[in-house]
Design a protein around this ligand. Structure first.
Ligand SMILES: NC(=O)c1ccc[n+]([C@@H]2O[C@H](COP(=O)([O-])OP(=O)(O)OC[C@H]3O[C@@H](n4cnc5c(N)ncnc54)[C@H](O)[C@@H]3O)[C@@H](O)[C@H]2O)c1
Length: 332
């Protein structure tokens, strides 16, 4: 069977890993890449792939079946819409967009063009969070009473990379938002959230936000996100989740991925789950996620995360942001 031919748009932190994986996966071939900054087209990972400074040129190529869009959060709409119009299947990094009008436009254009759209909610491919979904589906946890999720990271990560171009809730909290919507599969009733900005105030970024969400079944969800941990934090991601149900409880702990390293200057818990480098190859759930996308395109089956999932998570993120901005309880 011939390989799925892929173009990657946006060659920053994520796009480089996508390119490396699409080059290596047995079912895909990396054909072309694009970034506004030609300086990003460097290194062996791009060998065999043509560079286009303008992604529109990449989209005009007849030898590309699918694209992976890894541009900044605020720039998702245009490449996604034009990719759909060019008949390309689309893997779009999370969040689907920063605004609901853009998100609906992306979904509508992919529907009209009859191309697949998958949103990059990586944690659905993390065996720990996917394991919780299995336990829920098997009825081992029962009716969900509460979920508490934390997702905290140091200032040297997201804030240093994005410099205020994307809000905390839409970039970070949205991962947990997607998970709780996936687990609960029901509508939200009310949302109350508060945020604080001290360490990152200069860049007009919130440091931390807490949200309390009531679902239709009565289930309570509390979300905590921060990207203002000190640069010296041993972990780049201090995340956890507790799911309490009427018959069982599950906990996911992500601070230490089982690998601990220290030397005379530092202590670290390197990533072992999402995109660890193993013998110089990207491994982890990112690989699972992109292989799933390719397999779904090849077999014509629906991906685990659809454009509608992208819209639902964005709707809840918007409600959280509205509550943070107004100080009011938002009824959804
Ligand atoms: N799933 C995850 O866990 C995860 C983790 C990190 C980032 N992300 C997502 O991946 C996306 C990219 O994030 P990142 O950390 O790689 O950002 P980044 O800032 O490192 O890279 C973004 C790249 O996109 C390029 N770009 C911007 N607009 C462009 C355009 N119109 N045409 C071509 N190139 C353009 C920039 O020049 C830059 O090289 C974001 O949507 C982000 O939310 C997902």
């Amino acid at each position: 069977m011939s390989k799925l031919k892929i173009g990657v748009i946006g060659l920053g932190f994520m796009g480089r890993m996508h390119a490396a994986l699409f080059k290596e996966l047995p079912q895909t071939q990396l054909v072309a890449v694009s970034d506004l900054d030609p300086g990003r087209y460097d290194g062996d990972i791009f060998e065999g792939a043509t560079f286009h400074a303008d992604f529109r040129e990449l989209l005009q190529r007849g030898d590309i079946d699918a694209v992976s869009i890894c541009v900044s959060d605020k720039a998702h709409c245009e490449p996604a819409v034009l990719a759909a119009r060019a008949g390309k299947h689309i893997f779009l990094e999370k969040p689907i967009a920063l605004g609901l009008a853009e998100a609906h436009r992306i979904v509508e254009e992919t529907r009209k063009a009859n191309v697949m759209l998958m949103i990059g909610f990586l944690l659905r491919f993390d065996p720990r969070y996917a394991g919780v979904k299995d336990l829920l589906d098997k009825g081992r946890i029962g009716d969900i009473i509460h979920i508490h999720a934390r997702r905290n990271s140091p200032k040297s990560e997201g804030p240093a990379r994005y410099m205020g171009s994307t809000p905390l809730v839409f970039h970070v909290t949205i991962h947990d938002i997607d998970l709780v919507l996936w687990y609960l599969g029901q509508k939200v009733k009310t949302v109350y959230a508060q945020a604080v900005s001290k360490a990152l105030r200069e860049n007009k970024m919130d440091d931390t936000m807490f949200a309390i969400i009531r679902f239709e079944s009565g289930a309570l969800v509390s979300l905590e996100s921060s990207w203002a941990l000190p640069e010296g934090s041993a972990t780049k991601l201090d995340a956890c989740m507790e799911i309490l149900g009427t018959t069982g409880m599950a906990r996911v702990e992500c601070g230490c991925g089982g690998l601990w390293f220290c030397d005379s200057a530092s202590t670290a818990f390197p990533d072992t789950m999402h995109w660890p480098s193993v013998r110089n190859h990207v491994a982890g759930d990112l690989k699972e996620e992109l292989a799933h996308f390719a397999n779904c395109v090849i077999s014509g089956t629906q991906p685990l995360v659809t454009g509608s999932d992208g819209i639902r998570s964005l709707e809840l993120a918007c409600a959280i942001q509205r509550s943070m901005d107004t100080g009011e309880v938002v009824t959804v």
